[in-house]
Design a protein around this ligand. Sequence first.
Ligand code: UD1
Ligand code: UDP
Length: 384
Amino acid sequence: MPDHAIFITFGTRPEAIKMAPVVLELRRRGVFRVITCVTGQHREMLDQVVKAFALPVDHDLKIMRERQSLGHITSAVLNGIDPILEAEKPDLLMVHGDTTTTFAAALAAYYRMIPVAHVEAGLRTDNVYSPFPEEMNRRLADRLASVYYPPTQKARAALLREGARPESVLVTGNTVIDALLMTASTNAPDWEPKVARALKRPGPKVLVTVHRRESWGMPMERVAHAIKQVCAQMPKATFIFPIHLNPVVRVTFRGALDAVDQVVFTEPLPYLPFVHLMKTVDVVITDSGGIQEEAPTLGKPVLVMRDTTERPEGIDAGTARLVGTDSDLIARELLLLLNDQAAYERMANAVNPYGDGQAAGRIADHLEHRFGLRAHPPGDFQDS
Ligand code: UD1
Ligand code: UDP
């Protein structure tokens, strides 16, 4: 039986995708006792990922409620996880990213004086309300943590500026690239019938995802309007929109776009078909954090429908463009990409600013070093 226990917590779809390579790598090595605890902040969308990666789940807090509040998520995670921490007595708790699960689980560990390791630490915008509440969740998780796995050198620099000790920080690359590379190299799936029909249509294909809290209401209405504008001007374009299960998102977009036959809604897709869909379409328009990181690796232009991004590397590399939620601007930039081959080629560069697929291995090496089980710490991922 290993001497040290690592307790890994996640609750939403993106955390599960990004933690999967770490859970699998630590389990494969067998050096630590690995305990997984899902909060169930998401249900169906989390379960899709647990199934896709065959992740072991030791504890499930099952906290999700319909249209849940941030207060509910925070208190349900704190109350749910504490007795499990008391029983399991882990040597370290690991969280990922910027969700309310991340923050609340880190706080619960702090209350029990359990050290916290934060994967995807150090990403920052300079606005605590954008993305909301993720910017504050990530900053608070970083305050509570004492071991940091930032994906890029920029994120490392932010942590050091805020007082993290250099020896507690390892630049790993983003674990999402590990997950993506594992998945993109598999055979294309049997598409579900709706997607198969959409892909058979002539003309360009645009993949859409939108879900962020700060975009609820008018910003989402404007995104829907932009899609309508492009449909009117480009009758051959098809939009494939795997729509988030949040009812707030569904009401807005289904209401605005159900009658537009160039828009094909699907349920959230399992990770494997989603990755293959990203490879297949021409352009991605999204407010997702994870998709901003994946698309550059696949050489797909991304229009980021947010006012700020904590992921400037894709913008700097030229694969992503920040377009906000102004209808005219989104429509203009999308039409440019769909009509102008040279503009398209300029953005369609396969670059890897976010990782090289080795992040989970670096994290496992670093943990082994931290617990005195490995002589040398691993080297950083060099993204710039
Ligand atoms: C959450 C995270 C966000 C992350 C996103 C990824 C917070 C505050 N938000 O936002 O950072 O980018 O996940 O998708 O941590 N629902 C279901 N089934 C599911 C998932 C959601 O029905 O599998 C519905 C429920 O009604 C739920 C609602 O969606 O109450 C909102 O879920 P929530 O996790 O609060 O917010 P997200 O927008 O998903
Ligand atoms: N994704 C998926 N199926 C979908 C839409 C997205 O598997 O139908 C994946 C996507 O590849 C990425 C992650 O989910 O890895 C992004 O999740 P989301 O946009 O919900 O959250 P964010 O990254 O914005 O926190």
